[in-house]
Design a protein around this ligand. Sequence first.
Ligand code: NOJ
Ligand code: CA
Length: 651
Amino acid sequence: MIKKSFNLESPDGNVKVKIELDKSISYQVYFGDQTIIKPSSLSMVLKHDLIKDNLEFIKKETARHKEVWKPILGQKSSIKNDYNEEKIMCTTGLTQVTFVFRAFNDGLAFRYILNADSDMTILEEASMFNIDQKVDAWWIPNDWDSYEYLYHHTKAEAIKEVSTPVTFKNDQGICFSIHEAALVNYSGMALKGMSGGSLKSHLCPWPDGRLVKGKKEIITPWRTIMIGENESKLVESDMILNLNDPCEIKDTSWIKPMKYMGVWWEMHINQSDWGRHNSRHGARTENVKRYVDFIKEHLIEAGNSEIGLLVEGWNKTWDGHWPDNYNDFIFTADGAYDDFDLSEVIDYCKKNQVAYIMHNETGGGILNYDKQRLQAYSDYEKLGIHAIKSGYVAGGPMKDPKGLHHHGQYMIDHYNQAVIDGLRHKLMINTHEPIKDTGLSRTYPNWATREGVRGMEYNAWSEGNPPDHTTILPFTRGLAGPMDYTPGIFDVIMNDKYRVHTTVAKQLALYIVLYSPFQMIADVPENYLDADGKPLTGFKFIQDLALDWDKTCILNGQVGKYITTARKTKGKDEWFIGSITNEESREVTLSLDFLDEGIYQMEVYKDAEGTDYLTSPMSLVYEKSSVNCETQMTLKLPSGGGQAIRLYRQV
Ligand code: NOJ
Ligand code: CA
């Protein structure tokens, strides 16, 4: 066959893709005049076929797509989906293979569509990403069962096996990040560093070594390369969401953002226990009511609606060995411990306008969960519950079915199905120990948020998360989608052994920097109050905090060093700014030129002079002033510190 070349460009012409087909296929990617991906081949090993150097060209199709859509919940209220597409259809004789490429202004995506006469099995996917080995890389090691790691910063050449998103920066400051979108009916992808400098897709296996068990048609997830002239542009990209299908349901009125508290941190800091096996059970009716009273007095009466309350350890079998009880958990409404009266608690929540959040910890017992799940969902719906936090702590692969990985095809089907079933029962879902986000919240907007990150909990019982962790997350994990990091700890010096490695001002700023439409007010109620029972200064920021946005702008930032994020509240002339730094103190300058004309009131929550994350980290200063779109500001961020700002019109 004569070598064929196809050229694809983003609508603004800045992202260019050159595809070459000559029995085998390869692609390369440029951003402006810079090469981002050098020629990289795409191939697959199927059980019945090898898709490699046996391709016969059939035809190609090009398309231009332009739409504007509105996410139900999101970082912006209106999203442009604008790309050029090239479909290259080939056959090996046994398999028809269509390579679909989409070039956006902020990156490139490609996927394979395979068709055969009988069901297919994938034994290997070899999508190559041949990048410059000297670029900087921020990554977590691949583990098919967890993303709860601290990030490494190395040159790309040091990569052995990493989870995605993995983010890179070249000498000119151009940034790009490799991930995937629309992960459905497939296995999760990690990347392997190969000799010669390429990265290769690496799929999570089934216990028998197969990677994907497919039907006569397999549509792979999109392999994505987000590209920006700096790291801030990556954070502002909507490419991952744009590669997913539109929302499937009509009535979305019940899908709402939510602040929530939890009978949760008290267990993590060992004030109480999940289990009923001793006298320290946290989920006791009267203890739970204490949280409801706090929410009513300090949030609902302060004008908040949609405040949730999560109660962990409510159901039988949370004893001292709870992860081993994966087969015994009861999820239906009749499974509550005898010192926790579920209907009384729910009535009390309703009376006080608090939304009860059901907790479903599976302990890795998927068959046990799936056996009960639909009945449990229907019980919850009858009780008027609209949100679930689910959990998959298994300390490795699933317990039952044994050996299946969190990031493998079986579990991806499970996570996706749980969300689809949730839609039918009007349940929002916050998945812990999840599969990574690949933008499916566009299709299933009830997938409100998820963990898949080394979150706040690590500060409670380990050496914790160092100050730079949250300055890396927006540029890496955050590119995938919302994260339930659970900020808001006010007692950051918990005890002699464990502490949170930030100031309180930085805790507030994290609410803006780390996007999630569900945000936890993670500390125990008493830590938000002074000796007279009045809320501490910073609590007003939490009361005022918005969760759903018209606009999001990254005002400045460098991976691992600092970031300043500004968000405009949906439907309101109000902005919030969060700025955080790593362990280095620094000054960042801001221009408020994103504001409309006229005067805004500004409330600033900042670290007191002489404060840093090790020295009196709880000293917070509140200041109020008037500003306008010409105001220039310099924020002083001490080591491990931050600043949280609210801007609003005087009424
Ligand atoms: C791990 C989750 O991340 C955490 O939030 C939860 O409290 C425990 N599992 C128990 O389910
Ligand atoms: Ca976790």
